[in-house]
Design a protein around this ligand. Structure first.
Ligand code: NAD
Length: 251
C-alpha cells in the first residue's frame, strides 16, 4: 500500500513532466504541477482531477529563487509538506560550440542546474522533518556527450554529480536521490529538435527507432514508470543511481 505524499513535478505542463505528474497522482500522491505559468500547468491538473486525483497548478520559473520560495509557500498551503520532488523542467538551446552564445550557455545551466538546486534545497528540509524523501532528477543520454549540445550535455552531466552528492548527504535522513537519463522521448522538446534540423517529426522518430535496440522511441509514460519506482516506499535502499531509460544499454 502506497502512503499518500505530496509530490512536486517541475516542467509538468507537457511532455515527460505531465506524464510523471499523472502517474504520481495515480499512485496516490497529491501533486504540485509546476511550470512557467499556472495557466500552462492547469491542463495537467485537470487531467489528474478527471482521473480522481488531487493536484495544484503552480506558476514558477525554477531558476528564480524568489519564484521558488513563493511556489513552496503556495504548495505548503495548498497541499502540505512535499517529500517527493521530480526536477524535470528543462530547455534546449542547441548550437555547435563555435556558434553557441553565452546566453545559450547560461540559460541552459540556469534552468537545469540552478533550478534543480533551488527546488531541492527548498524541499530537503521538509523531507528531513518527515524522515522520508525522494529526489528524482532528469538527466539525459546527452550527458555522455552529444554533438550540438555542449551546454545541455554539461548541465545533464552536472545533474548526475549533484544527485550523487545529495545521496551522500541526505541518506541518513531517509532521503534518496536518483537520476533518470532518458534517451529519445516523443515530446514537444524532440518535436522542436526535428523542426530545427529540418526533418518532419515522423521521419525523425522513424530514424531514431531504427537505431534503438527495442525498435521504438520512448514515450513519456516510459519515464513516468521509472519515476514511480524511485518514488516508491520500497526503493529506500536505491540511491545515488543513474538509470538510463533509452531502449538500449548506455554507459
Ligand atoms: P518539454 O519541452 O516538452 O517540456 C519541458 C517543460 O519544462 C515545459 O512545459 C516548459 O514550460 C517547462 N520549463 C522550461 N523552463 C522552465 C523553468 N525555468 N521553470 C519551470 N518550468 C520550465 O520537454 P520534455 O521532453 O518533456 O523534457 C522533460 C525533461 O526531460 C527535461 O529536463 C529534458 O531535458 C529531459 N529529457 C528529455 C528527453 C526527450 O527526448 N524528450 C531526453 C532526455 C532528457
Amino acid at each position: 500500500m502506497t502512503e499518500s505524499r505530496v509530490a512536486i513535478v517541475t516542467g509538468a505542463a507537457q511532455g515527460i513532466g505531465a506524464a510523471v505528474a499523472q502517474r504520481l497522482a495515480a499512485d496516490g500522491h497529491k501533486v504540485a504541477v509546476v511550470d512557467l505559468s499556472a495557466d500552462a500547468a492547469q491542463a495537467t491538473v485537470d487531467a489528474i482531477e478527471a482521473a480522481g486525483g488531487t493536484a495544484l497548478a503552480v506558476g514558477a520559473d525554477v531558476s528564480d529563487a524568489d519564484a521558488v520560495d513563493a511556489a513552496f509557500a503556495q504548495i505548503l498551503d495548498g497541499l502540505g509538506a512535499p517529500t517527493i520532488v521530480v526536477n524535470n523542467a528543462g530547455i534546449i538551446r542547441d548550437n555547435l560550440l563555435f556558434k553557441m552564445t553565452v546566453d545559450e550557455w547560461d540559460l541552459v545551466m540556469a534552468v537545469h542546474l540552478r533550478g534543480a538546486f533551488l527546488m531541492t534545497k527548498a524541499a530537503q528540509k521538509h523531507m528531513i522533518e518527515a524522515g522520508f524523501g525522494r529526489i528524482i532528477n532528469l538527466s539525459s543520454t546527452s550527458a555522455l556527450g552529444n554533438r550540438g549540445q555542449a551546454n545541455y550535455s554539461a548541465a545533464k552531466a552536472g545533474i548526475q554529480g549533484f544527485t550523487k552528492t545529495l545521496a551522500l548527504e541526505l541518506g541518513k535522513f531517509g532521503v534518496t536521490a536518483n537520476v533518470i537519463g532518458p534517451g529519445f522521448i516523443q515530446t514537444p522538446m524532440t518535436a522542436a529538435t526535428a523542426e530545427r534540423i529540418g526533418v518532419t517529426f515522423d521521419e525523425f522518430i522513424e530514424a531514431v527507432a531504427k537505431d534503438t535496440p527495442v525498435g521504438r522511441v520512448g514515450q513519456p509514460d516510459d519515464i513516468a514508470h521509472a519515476v514511480s519506482f524511485f518514488a516508491s516506499e520500497g526503493a529506500g535502499y536505491v540511491t545515488g543511481q543513474v538509470l538510463y531509460v533509452a531502449g538500449g544499454p548506455k554507459a
